[in-house]
Design a protein. Sequence first.
Length: 252
Amino acid sequence: MAPIRNELFPMVVRPLFPLISSRELGRLSCGLFVLLLIVLVTGCASHPVAPVVTSEVIDQRWAAHHAQLSKLSGWELGGRIAVKSAQDSWSANLHWQQRAAAFDVRFSSLLGLRIAQLKGDALSASLYLPDNRVLSAANLSELLDDELGWSVPVAGLRYWLVGLPAPAIAAQAIPPFTKGLDELGRLQWLEQSGWRIDYQRYRSAGTLALPQKMVLTRDDLRVRLVIDRWQTAVAPRTMVDAAARLSLPRLK
């Protein structure tokens, strides 16, 4: 039986070169066959297989990433928040300023009108409402739940926002947590204090990789955050903008 290429190639090439002889056609088919083999071998060689990242390498990258984030003494972010529960849904623009334990969190409408503002530190907090009421309490989570119908652990959230598990706070033990890491050693998901945090996207802010999209869930409560701007104390005036300050797109 003749080789397959001796039968197949003339059948393919003949319509392209109808005027050449059968002998010349055979030589041409052989040349095309060799050329095809060269192209296939070269193509395979130009796409090397990416090396597998081992768990040891990922752990080392996480340790380095954790050390970088732990040096943050303060930061600011601007973005959008969407909250959904079994009873209600709510969305707003978000501006958060953190300086050590002190925080200033502002929620505003798409038109820039203030919806609520939270200010406080590790000892106490105040909630400023649109009707000029100011409510103060030591337990901010209960205050949020009573007035807004939802709450998050603000003391832990300040760490979750930058991609860290919450450490020991006010002489309390470190809340137990489990985590998943991506190949770059960043949190892919985190479970702590009854919450699950899924980190869907990161972005660069100076020399740091900080979350851009994240979803927090607990029971029937879902909080989605899209962060458009980061400014950190370890990289002064490092601002990453993905949207104009006065015209933020809706959550997608």
